[in-house]
Ligand binder design. Structure first.
Ligand SMILES: [Fe+2]
Length: 463
């Protein structure tokens, strides 16, 4: 079993990050008469509804970034926060609350993030695209990579990697597979997803040509979970997205490898063989106790298309479950950005362009728009060329930066890769630097054989 990274990686201890003064108290979001929001139709209804509609007593484990916390299980004077009531706008605050409180009361009227824990979920609101316009979709673009998150993400990634390899090996040998174990790995990953998302997306940029099958499953799992979380889906749905992503192409292990890896046009008979991987995967999963029905259905339907031209059932539009539509889009995105025997890797930009062009026909229109919002112009780990011709890798790309992300240059020294200094492209503009650098080209993963594993080793030593 190949290890993802050198076993000698030792991550530095976690630094204490002091809390900044909380100046980010969100003004109460009063809703003008007649403006609809969260089932509220009028000012009267808004005023008269039960407090339980919007004030929820929840476990700190269910807190999300963008929740406004009104009360705590401990006296406010015992906290580091100066004013009673605060926005959870950093992972440090969230972690502090989780470590010190038994419960918290959140106010959803003052929370930009509309997420409600499952116990308070409204009927029919899960598995939808609610939250599309909300800050929840900026989950990835507000995340950064730190020591703790990178360390946790590497741990998650390695377990997922082992799981994917084990499934492939056992299926190739016609041996029994342990789905409960696969579920446990995804479950553990879902726990820290919000915090570790930027680092996990960075790791999803690792593309080794000889490990496409396993890495594709891992990447689809990571990105599907990230997108589900960004859509505001509940904890269970996020886990289901990860499981469906990990298992979506399982049926390919039962398809002739020569046909799968054929470098050239498939005959109609060969294409029929490849298409069978959806039903083969479904048949493997449908009687597995550890696999929920919606996951098996997503595996069955991940090549369906909104226009009805997909397979195996030729379903259309809303007949295709939201989870299935998400897996379908992420599957295509990762395949397009990976090198396959019959198609070279395209850049993040080109992939989004292809999905965008085919939205409404091949891919669900709304979810393509969601993916574009979720991932943004570039993501952590995207390789870019700067205007001075240097190569660089994106570290953070908050939406407020527009096309000017935070990057680190990549330098090659006697065959070894090194991460150079951090460059704040937006900061250069703001500081009035003459000839500020800009991104001149977004490059495919593994461009010029740049090994993301090597860059990750460098990063883990330096963050
Ligand atoms: Fe597939």
């Amino acid at each position: 079993m190949e290890l993802l990274l050198r076993s000698s990686i030792v991550l530095k201890g976690v630094q204490h990050v002091p809390f900044a003064q909380d100046h980010c108290i969100c003004p109460t979001r009063l809703v003008p008469p007649g403006e609809a929001t969260v089932n509220i139709q009028s000012w009267e209804e808004f005023r008269e509804r039960s407090i339980w509609e919007y004030e929820l007593k929840i476990s700190p484990a269910d807190l999300k970034l963008g929740h406004f916390v009104r009360r705590l299980s401990i006296p406010w004077e015992k906290t580091d926060f100066p004013l009673q009531g605060m926005m959870v706008d950093s992972f440090e605050k969230k972690k502090w609350l989780q470590e010190h409180c038994d419960w918290v009361i959140i106010d959803l009227d003052r929370s930009p993030n509309p997420y409600r824990p499952a116990v308070y979920a409204r009927h029919g609101r899960d598995h939808d695209t609610h939250g599309i316009e909300g800050p929840a979709l900026h989950l990835l673009r507000t995340a950064s990579i730190g020591q703790e998150t990178l360390s946790a993400a590497i741990g998650n990634y390695q377990k997922l990697d082992q799981q994917a390899e084990s499934l492939i090996e056992r299926l190739s040998a016609d041996a029994e597979i342990d789905m409960q174990q696969a579920r446990s790995v995804v479950d553990e990953m879902a726990d820290g997803l919000e915090e570790n998302l930027a680092a996990l997306v960075w790791l999803s940029r690792i593309k080794q040509r000889d490990r496409y099958t396993a890495q594709h499953c891992i990447n689809v799992a990571i990105l599907s979970m990230g997108m589900a979380a960004s859509l505001g889906w509940g904890r269970r749905e996020v886990e289901m997205a990860g499981l469906a992503g990990l298992l979506h192409d399982l049926g390919k292990m039962r398809v002739d490898k020569e046909v799968l890896n054929k470098n050239g046009r498939l005959t109609s008979d060969e294409y029929e063989q490849v298409k069978r991987h959806t039903t083969l995967g479904y048949d493997m999963l449908r009687n597995e106790k550890a696999i929920p029905e919606e996951v098996a259905r997503a595996v069955l339907g991940h090549h369906e298309r909104p226009d009805g031209a997909g397979y195996p059932q030729g379903l259309t539009g809303e007949q295709i479950a939201p989870l299935t539509r998400v897996i379908s889009i992420i599957d295509a995105y990762d395949a397009i950005t990976s090198h396959r025997v019959y198609d070279p890797a395209r850049s993040h930009h080109q992939a989004l362009g292809i999905l965008w062009k085919n939205r409404g026909s091949q891919f669900d229109r709304k979810f393509v728009e969601c993916l574009t919002s979720f991932m943004g112009w570039v993501t952590p780990g995207t390789l870019v060329r700067l205007s001075n011709d240097d190569l660089a890798v994106v570290m953070e790309s908050p939406s407020i930066r527009g096309f000017l992300p935070l990057v680190r240059t990549i330098r090659q020294d006697q065959g070894e890769l090194h991460l150079g200094p951090e460059l704040d492209l937006a900061g250069q503009r703001a500081a009035g630097v003459s000839n500020p650098l800009r991104v001149s080209e977004v490059l495919p993963d593994s461009y010029a054989d740049i090994d993301m594993r090597e860059l990750t080793v460098q990063l883990s030593r330096q963050v």
